[in-house]
Each structure stands twice: as C-alpha cells, then as structure tokens.
Write a new protein. Structure first.
Length: 438
C-alpha cells in the first residue's frame, strides 16, 4: 500500500471507471468521476433501486448502467473500480482479469483525493461510531466551525466535493464516520485526527476473519505521521505499537466524568462523549463548548432512542444494535427491568457469554424473525424466552407481560435482512408499532 497519491491512477478523460452498486455512495461516486472527466459504467443488480432523477442524469451524461448479475466482461479495460460499501471485494476479484486488475478504491478514497487541504476527523469502531461522529460535529459546531458531517453516517464525502465544485464554501473540518467496508479500500486517506473506539467480532459474514477486519479498521491510521493525532479506546492498548502507528497516540478515559449532564442513555455514551472531546481538542474546541454540545445533544434515531412511555413502561428503539457486543452495551444502559426484543440475521458472536447481563437486567426475551434456533439454544434455559413471527406480535406479547417501571427494548443483536431492507426500516416499524398501542 502506498500513501502517495502521485503514484496512483490519475483520473481524467482517459480514465475508464467502474462503480459497483447504485446506492447513495455509488451514485455520488459516479457523478464525481464523470465531473472529473472519466468514462463511467455503473453496475447495479436491481435497477429498481435507482432513483428516476439519477437514471435521467446518467442517460444525459453518458454514464452506462448495467443491471443483473455481474459478469467478467463488464470489468474489462477498467482503470478504476469503486465498490459500494456492501459489495465485498472478495466477491468482485474473481471477475477481474488476472494481471490487468484496475485500482480498487472506496468512494471515500476517491473523494479524499479531490480535497483541497480540508482537515478530516475520522471515526471508526465496531460500535458507537455514529453517535461519536455526531458528537464530534456538534462540538466543532459549538466552537463556531463550519463542519461537514458524512461518510458512513449517510452523506458520502463525494457529495461534499461536488458541492464544493458548485460553490459551497470550504469547511473548517470534515467529520467522517468510516466503516471497515470503506476503509478496506482506502489507500491514501490521511485524517488529521483518527479515532478508533473499540473492536469486537463483527461483519464476519463479509470479512474473511478477524485479522482482516482489524486490518481494515487500522487502515485509518496507515498514512498518518507525527503531525496527526490517533485516539484509541482504553481496551486497545498495545494495538498502535503492534500496527506501527506513527501518529501521536492518546487513549480516552471512559470514566473521566467530564460530561455529567447529557440526555443520552447509558454509560457508554459518557465514553463516546469523552472520545469525541479528545478528538476535537485538536481543533481548538474548549471544554465549555464541548459540554454545551453534549448537554444539548439528543439520541440519534435507532440508537437507544426513547420512543414513548405508556402506563409507566418505557419503549426504547435500539435497532442499530446489530451485534452481540452492541447488545451488551444496551443492556448495561438500564437500571430498570428489561423485556428484550431480539432476533434477525445473526452475524456471529458469543450469545452464551451474555448470561450474567441477561440474568441481571432482563425479565423475558421475545424473539422474532430469523435465527430462532441460535437464540433459543443460547438463552432458552436462562429466562423466559418466546418466539413470534414478526416484531408486531412480539411487542404485543411483551406488552402483556410488562409492569410500570419496565423497559421494552428493541435491541436485536442481528442484522435486519431477514425481514427488512435495513435497520432503519426495522426501527421505523417498531416506532410505528409502539404508536399503534392503545
């Protein structure tokens, strides 16, 4: 891997680019590549997901769109390949001609190479990265800085670059959430501040093994030097030395008590706030402004989000809880009895290891959707466990068991792809179901 952009593929009228995936980041990459002069071909298996305005733009801009299963001939003579975050590189490589492979880069990497010196604050980790990135943006804004918030959090960095080309003023800071999917194909990204919150088993249905997963996360630091700052969670001591991190290294203290006044649920959010503070100090953010930002910050949708309290029962939406590790955090956030809604497409993790937390916090478990056998085997003898076909039926069942002072918590510990397009749709369905309760 090189950290020198001058040694990599130039993008101009002679460049042939392939974009795999027509999601928001893929569409943004296609538009940026076309603006840079490249010829562009976009591959999307399901053409129905493409917005009409994008297909109209593609037709008028000379961008070729191909649907259905990907074929080797689609990739011939490409100079650059931009895979969407959901397209594992391991599934694409077999379709490439050996010895003639294009340069593979993430949409984030593509956009990064077009920046004009804007400083990047980048956040990654298995859990907590969206909240922490948002807290970083809030702290920076409280300091009076113009901030772009994006990356995996929703707005691709390429959209910022395109907006700059259309006259948007240069931001004072770019706060980016980055996933392992994106980082795996970043080669020259060099954040002024890079933050790794934590690492636990995740996305092992995408990555070959934990070694590949960790290496993908650590790409965030590979191009940093002594002028940069690397912030790590306390559980990652030794990792910077092992991975030869060259930036200045600090570890955040989750128990600092620096932010006692916040609306967010759970001790993990005190850790997130402290992590954000350590990162934002590098941009001149004062503690006073950081505290003000934290005090005013409300929970993000689908992340331990308070939906309602009815008849003394609190309903909390943590649909973003897609891993066992995230479920640990969710359960430890409550000092009142929990009726837990879980289930979906299981991604791996130690369910049996949750036994102490379950016994301490959970009255009953209501399973729904996929992975029933996996959950029942792990938890069926620990506490009352039931299964229903869908989320609505589970909610009805648990509501009948709940008493004033209880929490009904949607924290699936799985991906949503057995019944929903994504965790957002799952969380919205829960919110709707709670709203329909009498």
């Amino acid at each position: 891997m090189t950290c020198n952009p001058a040694l990599l593929t130039p993008i101009n009228a002679d460049t042939a680019a392939i974009v795999v995936g027509g999601g928001r980041s893929g569409r943004a990459a296609a538009k940026l590549l076309r603006r840079l002069g490249a010829s562009v071909r976009l591959l999307e298996k399901d053409l129905s997901v493409l917005p009409e305005d994008f297909t109209a733009w593609a037709a008028s801009s000379g961008v070729e769109i191909l649907g259905g299963e990907h074929k080797p001939e689609y990739f011939l003579d490409a100079d650059i390949l931009i895979p969407s975050p959901g397209a594992a590189v391991s599934t694409i490589r077999p379709l490439l001609t050996p010895g003639e492979e294009p340069e593979i880069m993430a949409e984030t990497e593509l956009a990064w190479r077009q920046l004009e010196g804007e400083p990047v604050l980048a956040v990654t980790g298995t859990s907590g990265k969206t909240t922490t990135t948002s807290l970083c943006a809030a702290m920076l804004e409280a300091q009076g800085l113009d901030v772009f918030l994006g990356g995996n959090i929703g707005t691709p960095l390429s959209e910022y670059v395109l907006a700059r080309a259309e006259g948007r003023p240069k931001a004072d800071a770019l706060a980016l959430e980055l996933s392992s999917f994106q980082l795996q194909t970043c080669t020259t990204l060099r954040p002024r501040v890079a933050l790794l919150l934590n690492i636990s088993a995740n996305h092992l249905d995408y990555h070959r093994d934990m070694k590949e997963y960790i290496e993908s996360k650590m790409r965030l630091f590979r191009c940093q030097d002594a002028s940069c700052l690397a912030v790590f969670g306390p559980g990652l001591r030794g990792l910077p030395e092992h991975m030869n991190v060259k930036a200045r290294v600090v570890y955040f203290d989750p128990d600092s008590g620096r932010f006692p006044d916040m609306q967010l649920i759970g001790p993990h959010n005190h850790a997130n706030a402290e992590a954000a503070w350590q990162a934002c100090r590098e941009f001149g953010v004062t503690l006073e402004n950081a505290r003000r930002a934290v005090k005013e910050f409300k929970s993000l949708p689908h992340r331990l989000e308070r939906i309602a309290e009815k008849d003394g029962v609190l309903y909390v939406n943590d649909s973003k809880c897609t891993t066992v590790e995230a479920l640990k955090v969710a359960l430890a956030s409550f000092d009142r009895p929990v009726l837990l809604m879980a289930g979906g497409k299981f991604k791996g993790g130690d369910l049996e290891g949750l036994a102490p937390l379950l016994k301490e916090h959970v009255k009953a478990v209501g399973l729904f959707g996929g992975s029933r056998d996996i959950f029942e085997k792990a938890w069926g003898t620990l506490l009352p466990t039931s299964w229903d076909e869908n989320l609505h039926k589970v909610l009805t069942r648990l509501r009948g068991m709940a008493k004033p002072g209880d929490v009904i918590l949607l924290a699936p510990a799985t991906s949503s792809y057995d019944q929903y397009k994504n965790y957002l749709e799952r969380g919205d369905d829960f919110r709707r179901a709670v709203g329909e309760l009498n």
